[in-house]
Ligand binder design. Sequence first.
Ligand code: ZN
Length: 140
Amino acid sequence: MRPAGPALLGRLAVVESSGMTESALTEQQLNELRSQLEQRRDNLKLQLEQSEAATQPVTLDQQSVGRVSRIDAIQQQQMAIAGKKQTAQLLRRIELALQRIEDDEYGQCMQCGESIRFARLQVQPDASLCLVCQSEAESG
Ligand SMILES: [Zn+2]
């Protein structure tokens, strides 16, 4: 089997030298990302509404719920709460990204001000840092 590494690096180098990195997003690209963000936002809102029911305090149905299933219910509720928190955080990021589109700041790294590549935004439309700053933030 051929190692995939060098071939991939070669492809990246081509993208690098194409001059695309300097330009801001085109209107079409921005529209694409915006509708992707809006779609995600709507999905997350729906998800949150649905998990609302799952995170209500555990009520005991004395007749059908025994001790074990009560523990189950509490565990399920805790998982639902954790998931809900995560969903809410993601939703905030998405709303922030949409706000930055409004403010004409979208697609720029909040750290260094460089343009974030379209390819990166397609994968993660709520990204607010370029790859360099992101990896620096992650490494501490
Ligand atoms: Zn940056």
